[in-house]
Every structure is written in structure tokens, then in C-alpha cells.
Design a protein around this ligand. Structure first.
Ligand SMILES: *Cc1c(COP(=O)(O)O)cnc(C)c1O
Length: 360
């Protein structure tokens, strides 16, 4: 068996230790005589798995007791609608910051439910930067302020948290959650699809302040109501049990790695190495403002786009896979989430240098 370095933006690499543990437990979980996939979600075995996963996530992120942690389905995309449905709370306006492709999708969906004020946008800069906070046109009576801390496609990341005063802060953390410690109390609602930095696809995590719940938009289906999920321990219907279990194994792996402070150090080092290699060369280029470069998604172009194809082919032969950039940006994108080993970055940089020597 040989495992490659998979730079996919999502579904993305999982830690090999986690996959090995899942393999060991596949046929018979903990003497139960069944796979986690075959268990009743209401049985005591799965309940223990679910509770441990939530407790570990709360410990890793330091989530206070007045926040609900929900294990949902529908991806981050479902949250683009569930956020306004649940958090407008009788108000008619919400503020959104537009920093890229995912912000735009969240904005488009919110427009079905409320008056969206795009308080700042970097579209004119082709989403290569974040508008300075002083220029944001925030509304005091907004139901919430929504932004995307890491734009997975553009490779733009907030390395700071805006101060929205009393307006609840709502964030799509799909591609940066668990990459570093955060102060959860600064946010009213954090949501993330699992398939980037948490676990397998099919699970969406929502962390939301309980005092905001129970005031849904009229007509909100029960299955889209945060409060209903919170009151039913995310077991309002059958949850994505296997994805929940596997995410729990990732949380245990993170704890063993020194928690999020430990991960932050590694992630920062990984990203800095790769950006330094790009910046030192005139053959590779990253267009993002250095102060908001993502630790998780590193887009870069080659001096000559005709070399993209041979670059990808030769990289794949070295076990460096899924480096093709998003079609809207072109070039390459290296997604380097928690599970990407540092050796993956070192191998990529070595390959980039060789390829440049050959073709520059
Ligand atoms: C991947 C991604 C999404 C979409 O997630 P789905 O789970 O596929 O709906 C939304 N926002 C961000 C920031 C993403 O990276």
C-alpha cells in the first residue's frame, strides 16, 4: 500500500492513524459485534460515541455551556439558508462581507429571507484581499454579521476577528475550523462542513449560542430548526452516524497532537514554508495580499499556463495529487489542512524546485 499526499480542497485527507483505527474497528466496534455503521443511533453504544465526540470538540475549541453543538446534514450550503431562517429573530436585515466565492453563495441564499447589506467587498480586487475593517458599512440594527474566515477557493484568510459590537457574529468556518485555537465567545454562530478539516463528508457542525434559538422565520421546517436539534441532541432524525464517529476519532487525534495550539504551530510552519518557496521564485506566483494569505488553501500559478498539465502529471507521479486549482482561479491550489503531513509540503516544495529548474 502506498498513500499519496492528497492536496484536495475537500473531501480532503484524513489522518492515517484515524483511518487505521476505523479499519481495526470496522467489523466489531468495541466488542459490540457490529460496525458503527450498523448501530442504532439511539443505542447505548452509539450514544457513547456521540457524547465523547461532542465532549472532545467542546474541550478542543473551549466551547462554553451556553452554546449548543449540533451534528447536522446538508453541508455548509444548507447553513446558507438555515442561518437566516434561525437567526433573523424577527429582524429584516443582515450584514454580509463578500471576500470570495463562498461569501457570494451565502449572500445569494440569504437574499431569499432578508434584506442583505453587503457591508464590504473585495470583488473589485478579484478577491485577493480583505477590505480594511474601518471601511465596513455595518448596520446597528442588523440581525447578524456574516463573514467567511477562510475563502477556500481564493486562499484568503482573516487572521483577526472583527468587532461587531452587539450584533451577533456568524461565520462559515468550513475550511479553517480546528486549524488553530479561537475564542468561541466572540461568535454567535460557527458552522462548518466536515469534509475539509473535521472528518468525512455528510456531517455539518453548528456551534450556536442557545439564547438566539427558538425564533425561526415563519414556515421554517422542523428539520431546519436549530432549537429542535439542540433539544433532541441532534437526534431529531437519524444523524450521519459514521461521519460523526469518524470525526470523533479525528478529535481524539487532535488532542493527542497537543490540541489546537499544537496544530496552529504546525499549520503556520507548513504554510510559511510553502509561501516562502513561491515568493522566492519568479516562476511561481501567489496573488493574495500577504497579510491575508490562508494557512489552509494555497493557490499558485505557473509562469506559463501551458506547463500546468505537465506539472500536474509529474506531480501525480511523485504522489502529489489533486493540485489542480479551482476553475475560477486557474493554476494550482494546495490545500494543506491539519491532516496533511509536513512531509507532504517538503515533497511538494522539492518537486516545485525541480520542475522550475527543468522548465524556467
Ligand atoms: C466547501 C465549502 C462550502 C460548501 O460546503 P458543502 O458542505 O459542500 O455544502 C461552504 N463554505 C466554505 C468556506 C467551504 O470551504
Amino acid at each position: 500500500m502506498s498513500r499519496c499526499f492528497n492536496f484536495s480542497a475537500g473531501p480532503a485527507m484524513l489522518p492515517v492513524e484515524v483511518l487505521e483505527r476505523a479499519q481495526q474497528e470496522m467489523l466489531d466496534w468495541n466488542g459490540s459485534g457490529m460496525s458503527v455503521m450498523e448501530m442504532s443511533h439511539r443505542g447505548k453504544e452509539f450514544m457513547s460515541i456521540a457524547e465523547k465526540a461532542e465532549a472532545d470538540l467542546r474541550e478542543l475549541l473551549g466551547i462554553p455551556g451556553d452554546y449548543a453543538v449540533l451534528f447536522l446534514q446538508g453541508g455548509a450550503s444548507a447553513q446558507f439558508a438555515m442561518v437566516p431562517m434561525n437567526l433573523l429573530r424577527g429582524k429584516t436585515k443582515a450584514d454580509y462581507i463578500n471576500t470570495g466565492a463562498w461569501s457570494k453563495k451565502a449572500i445569494a441564499e440569504a437574499k431569499h429571507y432578508c434584506e442583505v447589506n453587503v457591508a464590504a467587498s473585495s470583488e473589485a480586487q478579484n478577491f485577493t484581499t480583505i477590505p480594511p475593517f474601518e471601511t465596513w458599512k455595518l448596520q446597528k440594527d442588523a440581525a447578524y454579521l456574516h463573514y467567511t474566515p477562510n475563502e477556500t477557493i481564493g486562499g484568503v484568510e482573516f487572521h483577526w476577528v472583527p468587532d461587531a459590537g452587539d450584533v451577533p457574529l456568524v461565520v462559515d468556518m468550513s475550511s479553517t475550523i480546528l486549524s488553530r485555537p479561537i475564542d468561541v465567545t466572540k461568535f454567535a454562530c460557527i458552522y462548518a462542513g466536515a469534509q475539509k478539516n473535521i472528518g468525512p463528508a455528510g456531517l455539518t457542525i453548528v456551534i450556536v449560542r442557545k439564547d438566539l434559538l427558538g425564533q425561526t422565520v415563519k414556515g421554517t421546517p422542523t428539520i431546519l430548526d436549530y432549537q429542535q436539534h439542540a433539544e433532541n441532541d441532534s437526534m431529531l432524525n437519524t444523524p450521519p452516524t459514521y461521519a460523526w464517529y469518524l470525526s470523533g476519532l479525528v478529535f481524539e487525534w487532535l488532542k493527542a497532537k497537543g490540541g489546537l495550539a499544537g496544530m496552529a504551530e504546525i499549520n503556520k510552519r507548513k504554510a510559511q514554508k510553502l509561501y516562502a518557496a513561491i515568493d522566492q521564485s519568479s516562476f511561481y506566483h501567489n496573488p493574495v495580499d500577504p497579510v491575508c494569505r490562508s494557512w489552509m488553501n494555497v493557490p499558485f500559478t505557473l509562469a506559463n499556463a501551458e506547463l500546468d498539465k505537465p506539472f500536474l502529471e509529474q506531480a501525480a507521479k511523485r504522489g502529489l495529487k489533486t493540485l489542480k486549482g479551482h476553475r475560477s482561479v486557474g493554476g494550482m491550489r494546495a490545500s494543506i489542512y491539519n491532516a496533511m503531513p509536513e512531509a507532504g509540503i517538503d515533497t511538494l516544495i522539492e518537486f516545485m524546485r525541480e520542475f522550475e529548474k527543468e522548465h524556467a
